[in-house]
Structures are given as C-alpha cells and as structure tokens.
Design a protein. Structure first.
Lengths: 618, 195
C-alpha cells in the first residue's frame, strides 16, 4: 500500500469536524450501550446498525456465490466431459447421479435445475443483495454523513427477508422432486403447471416464495436508501457533492423500487395460475396427451412483466459496480474523476433508458417486429451513456501515476470486461442478429461478461478497497493480486471461446449434443471452457480464504485514511460505533474529488475552501 | 400544546420524521407500481379479445363512496387531534375503523355477488382480474386497518396529550388511508372507463 505524504492526521480530522461540524445532539440520547450494541444478539444477529447489516449482506452473498459457482462447475463438467463417469459425485448429489453399468451420469432434470438455481442465486442473491445490499448499507450513511439509515429497523428487516428468501431457496435444493428447473426467468407454462416437470412442483413453489420474500427485502432496502440519500445528508452535502458511489446506489434504488413491484405482480399472477386455477398465462395446452381446460391467458404477458424487472435488474447489478469503480479509480489514480457531472447524467440516463428496452429479451418470443424496432433503438441508445462512462474512466487513469493494488486492478479489470461485454451487446440489441444468435452460447457469453464477471470485478474492487472500513484490517495484497490475474485470465479463457462456439451456432440449454453430429467438433473447446472455469473457481477460493483469514489475522489498520481518500467514511474512528462519529457530524465543504490539487495530494471533503477556490466551479 | 422547534435536538427529530414520511411516500410509489403494471396487463389482455364482459356489482360503487367518506372522517379526526379536541378525535377515529371494516364486508358481499353471477376467480381472465385487483386492494386495506387499530388503541390508552411524535404517527396513518381510498376510486374509475 502506498502511503500518502501529506496525509491529514487524525488530530486534524477531529479538529475540522469539531470546528465546522454539525451538532445533532446525537450522543445526548440513550444511544450508547442501547439496543444497537448491547448484547451479542443485538450486535451481531438482529443488528440495526448499517455497518453490521452491510457485513451480513456481504457474507450471505459470498456463501451463495460459492454455492452458485459450484453449481456451474457441475453442469460445466457435464458439458465438457459428457462421457466421463460422474459416479464420484454420488455422495454429494445422491439420486441425481444415475449409475448404469458402473458409469454415473448426471440426471438431465437436475442439470436444468442446476442451471436455473445458478442463474437465480447469482443474479438476485449475490449480485443484487451481496453487491448493492452490502455497499449501499455500508457507504450511504458513511459517505453522506448520516448517523444511520432513515429507518434502521426496516433496514434490519430488509436483511432478514433476504435471509428467509435464502433459506427457502436452500431448502428447495433438497426436495425429492428437485428444485425448479425451468430457467431463472421462470417462464410459464413450465413454471405455471406443477405437473409440467418434476421441478415445477414443490421446487417452483419454494422458488416463488423465495423470490417474493426477496422482492420485499429489496423494496425495504431501497425505500431506506432513497429516503436516506434525499433527507439525511449532512450540512453542506448537496447533491453535486455526492460521491459517484452514492449517485449510483441512489439511482439503483429508484430503479429497484419501480421495477421489482412489477415482477412481484407477475409472480402474484403466476401463483394464482399455479394454485387457484386461473388462466392468466395459460392457453390451450396439452399435457400428457390431454387438453387442459385453461384458456384465455397469454404466456407472453408473463414475459413482459418479468422483463420489465429483468432488464432494469441488469442495471441494478451493474450501476453499483460502476459507482464503486469510479470511486476506487479516482482515489488510486490520485486524480479527480473525469467528467463528474457527465458521470451523474450517464447514470441517470441509463436508469431511465433501462425501462424502455425490456422487450429486447423477447425478439424470438413472437413479438411484433415493428414494436421490436422501438426496443432496438432504445437499446442501442444505452450505448451512448455507457460509452461516456467508459471514456471517463479511461481518461481518469490516463496519464496518472496509478497505484496498482488489488482494488485498483479490479477496477481496471471491470472496465475491460464492461467494454468486451458491451460490444457484443450492440450485436444482440439488433433483432436481426439476435434472432439467429439468441439461443446460442453467444448470448450466454455476452451477459456473463457484461453483467456477471464485470459486476464481480466491481464488487471485488469495492471489497478490497473498503475492507479496512468494514473490518479494521487489510486483506493480503499479494493474494489479492494473484486473485485478480487468475480471475481476469480465467474469465476471458472461459468466455472468449464461448462467444466463438455461439457464433458457430452451438445451442444453449442443451444437456448433451449426442443426438446429432453438427457440433461434435466443438467438444475440445467445451473441454477447454470447463477446465478454465474450474481454474477460475479455484482462484475465487484464494479470495475467500484471504477474506476470512484477514478478518482475524489481517494487517491492522493503523491510520484512519489509508488510501488518502477525500470522502467522509475515512474520517470516522477505525472502529466506529453506532452513530459513526463520536461527536459532531462532519460538515462538507467541497466536492469529493479534490486529488492532486494546489500542490497537495488530496483535500478531504471536510476542509473549508480557500477564498481562491470559492470562485471556482465546485 | 404544539411544541415549536427551537433547538437543534428537536430539529434532528423533525428531520427524521420528515425522512420517514418521505419513506412512506416512496413505499406508496412502489405499491402503485404493482397496480400500474396490473392495469397495463389488464388493458393489453382486454384488447387481445376473447374477453367476457359483465357488469360489476353495485356494492363496489357504493364502497367507493364509503371509502371517500372514511377519508374525510379520518381527516376530520386528525384536525380535531391537532386542535386538542380529544373526545371528537377518538370518536372519529373509531368511526373510520368501523367504516373500514364495513368496506371490507361490502367487498366480500361484492365477491359473493360475482360468483352468483357465474363470474369466478377461474375462467375468463376478465373475471380473474377483478378478483385479483380487488383482492390485492383488500390485502393493502388489512394493513390500513391494522394501523388504524393501533392508532385507536393508543388514542384510548395514552393520556390526552398532543406531541410531535403522535402527530407524526397519525400523519402516516392518514396518508396511507387516503392512499387506500385513492386506490379503490382509481380501480373503479378504470373499470368504468374501460366498460
């Protein structure tokens, strides 16, 4: 870690807060030793402190990340080595490994269940709750100078609804009929008719319950994030002085608030179709040779309701990652973020456009081609604010003396992944290209790079950077860099060949390619992808070990502001109690990106502007 | 009597109240999105044809009037509370709760009338949508009735005193109750417009 030569000392920070800060008489109340921190249960389990809730989100998300990753390895084994004996997995998977003549094969039904649950948990539990849940909770109160969220109680409920959703999903893995296997998008009729497949029964019921609980969690969290950002900013913190992290969490929460209820409405109608015999999504279906008497519904209606959430959801995932990357990059480049206002407007316009593009997921669902044109245009327009952001990140590090550490390298890696994945998005946004590519591995590769791997990179950048804030210790730098290189090379090794086989026409959603010969010469590439995926996963275990080891044994944080950051979270004591600042709340005097200014390495947000500065733009 | 905000301590409390009032509005926006999306689903599905037309039970219309009246009564109760007329405040609050329960009973009667007409939850989606939308509204109403009951319990058990905190809590209940009224009037207007 590079130490800054002109670090503002602890004493100076306290003096600035004391002199200019805002006294809200916080500690005259009965807060200390109160319900927030007293016993073990209130402190570590039913905590109402945003910093603890952030850690709860993160660790729960990590557990799901490991489970979701392991699931992908199992179905990758099937795709890479379809003829191999999988009997060795029998102790783990039990009856889902079928043994014939001593050779074990993966049950096709369970293959689909693995794909489905992998998608569901990575999208919702890891990259929504684990990413936005963690960092919105940690950083919103700390960076805007608030004691806590507007409603710490709802914040606690938000985590526990997520926990309940997790438990229900986890239980569904152990059903004798298996978890839901109809894809993470849960299209009817596979999701609407319990008799459609074995996972469509109890597995789908639990999937739905879990997702509804999850929606409640997201909404409770989002209401708090929006309210806190708009109402509880400290003195001097106007909207144009918010760090880009806060802007991205704020817009993310608005997107979530407007889109998750729509999916909830869709899930609600699906429950009625499943349990109460309505026909919102069902029409003229034959099952087991018999015609169902359910007529009048439309499966496309579900797709509209689902993707009205589903598309904004990818921005719910990527915007927080973008915010974290902007902040990490600017700090380690020791340069102001390039085009701060352009960044804010880009975030806002991405948020707005995200509601106008949902049907680009449905080009092959039989929607009217004229309507498709509308969605093509808006989809391609999203490239504009995205490109603005990419340009600004590159310009921010251009010509800087960039500090290369695990956090800042993952931030650069994010930009690399976002460009690679974004470019193929321009292909797929066009219906004429999407129609032939939609059911191939090209789409799988595209979205994994742009919203899966990229979001993970943003999340890793955030974790390495704010780890000292969360745990008062550092993660190991060498292991962090090893993790970075392994993940960067590994992820490209998995997904570049996948683009290739997708363009060659290899269909996704297939358990095995043995019924026809067309794709047999891709077996080697599939093996390569599987091996690369396993290696990449092993590198993630290095991260997990580093993370948990460092909680107890990592290098201790000795100064408050190890990265020389300008933002408020680094002005609290190293182990901040409930309320974050022991005395007054810090008052904000300037924007958050005063790096390398007036001959100084950085100027914290709490330092008053000089007379000369007041005439400037900020 | 009304305490004026003069020191920063009360100021931070007022800020937190304001934040929580704001949070309720954000929550209402979220709930509204559920109904908006179902409305658009309703309109699109209706336009697709194979749509059973039927007349809604009259009780649904009377209930819209009842809902509006209950909003007026609760607003009057809030006004009485602010002026320190505690007896009036409590009786109007109790009356609102009663009207809310009557509304729910009325909705139930409406659903029974629908099934008597041969409109069931199952079958043509035109009927299913009516049950789902009115049912979802009723679910939200249960939340409203719960908070009214809590408000009434506090009104009867706490000493007759006007505090900022109580005014704030009453304000939240009031806002949510008006939202429920608005929601039902909106649904009725939608059905009348589309009929």
């Amino acid at each position: 870690m590079a130490t800054t030569t002109q670090e503002v000392s602890k004493h100076q920070i306290d003096q600035l807060i004391e002199e200019y800060g805002y006294d809200d008489h916080f500690h005259e109340h009965h807060h200390e030793g109160d319900k927030y921190q007293s016993g073990f249960i209130q402190k570590y389990i039913f905590s109402q402190d945003h910093k603890m809730i952030a850690r709860q989100f993160l660790i729960t998300g990590m557990i799901w990340g490991i489970l979701g990753g392991l699931m992908s390895l199992i179905f990758r084994l099937q795709l890479g080595f379809p003829e191999e004996n999988m009997a060795w997995l029998k102790p783990l998977l039990g009856k889902w490994i079928i043994i014939n003549d001593g050779v074990g094969t993966l049950d096709p039904e369970f293959y689909y269940a693995l794909v489905t649950i992998h998608g569901t948990v990575i999208v919702f539990f890891v990259l929504t709750a684990g990413l936005s849940g963690t960092f919105s909770n940690l950083l919103i109160p700390l960076q805007i100078g608030a004691r806590d969220m507007a409603s710490p109680f709802l914040n606690m409920l938000s985590y526990w609804f997520f926990f309940l959703a997790s438990v229900v999903m986890f239980v569904s893995l152990f059903l004798s009929t298996g978890p839901f296997a109809g894809g993470w998008v849960a299209y009817p009729p596979l999701s609407a008719l319990p008799e459609a497949s074995s996972g469509s029964g109890a597995g789908m019921t639990l999937w739905l319950i879990s997702l509804v609980l999850f929606v409640v969690s997201v909404l409770l969290g989002g209401i708090n994030y929006i309210t806190t950002v708009l109402n509880l900013r400290t003195k001097g913190m106007n909207m144009w002085r918010l760090p880009l992290t806060i802007w991205s969490f704020f817009i993310t929460a608005i997107i979530g608030l407007l889109s998750f209820p729509v999916a909830a409405a869709g899930f609600f109608l699906l429950m009625f179709d499943r349990m109460l015999g309505t026909s919102f999504y069902l029409n003229e279906i034959f099952i087991n040779g018999h015609a169902l008497d359910r007529v009048g519904g439309s499966p496309i209606l579900y797709q509209h309701l689902f993707w009205f959430l589903g598309h904004p959801e990818v921005y719910i995932i990527i915007l927080p990652a973008m915010g974290l990357v902007s902040e990490v990059m600017s700090t380690h480049a020791r340069k102001p973020i390039f085009g701060y206002k352009a960044m804010v407007y880009s975030i806002a316009s991405i948020g707005f456009l995200s509601f106008l593009v949902w049907a680009h997921h449905m080009y092959v669902a039989g929607i009217n081609p004229f309507i498709a044109n509308f969605f093509i245009i808006f989809t391609l327009i999203i490239a504009v604010p995205s490109a603005v952001k990419v340009f600004n990140w590159i310009t921010t590090i251009y010509g800087s003396s960039y500090r290369f550490n695990a956090a800042s390298m993952f931030a650069v890696g994010f930009v690399s992944m976002f460009i690679s994945g974004g470019l193929t998005g321009i292909f797929l946004g066009n219906a004429v290209l999407d129609i032939p590519l939609h059911d191939t591995y090209f789409v799988v590769a595209h979205f994994h790079v742009v919203m899966g791997v990229a979001a993970f990179f943003g999340m890793f950048a955030g974790i390495y950077h704010w780890y000292p804030k969360m745990f008062g210790r550092f993660m190991d730098e060498s292991l962090g860099k090893l993790h970075f290189w392994g993940t960067l090379i590994g992820a490209y090794a998995v997904f570049i060949p996948m683009h290739y086989i997708g363009m060659a026409g290899v269909a996704r959603r297939y358990y095995k390619f043995d019924s026809f010969d067309a794709f047999s010469h891709f077996a080697g590439i599939n093996k390569f992808i599987t091996i690369a995926a396993i290696v990449t996963f092993v590198f993630q275990l290095i991260f997990v070990i580093n993370f948990f080891y460092s909680i107890w044994k990592g290098r201790k944080m000795t100064s408050r502001n190890p990265w020389g950051s300008t933002t408020l979270e680094w002005t609290t004591p190293i182990h901040a109690g409930h309320g974050n600042w022991p005395g007054k709340l810090p008052a904000v005097q300037r924007w958050p990106y005063d790096y390398t200014k007036n001959g100084r390495d950085f100027i914290p947000q709490i330092e008053p502007q000089s007379e000369a500065e007041k005439d400037e733009f900020h | 009597m009304v305490t004026t905000i003069k020191n920063t301590e009360a100021d931070s409390a007022a800020r937190l109240f304001q934040a929580k009032r704001f949070a309720l509005w954000i929550g209402i926006a979220g709930m509204m999105m559920v109904f908006t999306s179902l409305t658009s689903a309703y309109i699109v599905r209706k336009a697709a044809g194979n749509w059973l037309e039927f007349k809604l039970p009259d009780i649904f219309f009377y209930n819209a009037l009842l809902a509006m009246a209950s909003s007026v009564v609760l607003q009057a109760s809030y006004a009485a509370f602010k002026r320190g007329k505690f007896a009036l405040y409590k009786s109007l609050l109790a009356l609102t709760l009663l009207m809310g329960v009557a509304f729910l009973v009325g909705q139930y009667a409406g659903w029974m009338q629908l099934t008597d007409m041969g409109i069931f939850l199952q079958g043509n989606p035109s009927g299913s949508f009516v049950f789902v939308l009115s049912g979802l509204h009723a679910l939200h109403l249960l939340v409203g009735l719960t908070s009214l009951s809590v408000a009434l319990f506090q009104a009867l058990s706490l000493p007759d005193r006007l505090t900022e905190r109580r005014k704030f809590r009453f304000g939240l209940t009031l806002t949510f109750w008006h939202f429920l009224t608005f929601l039902w009037v909106y649904l009725m207007a939608l059905w009348m417009y589309l009929a």
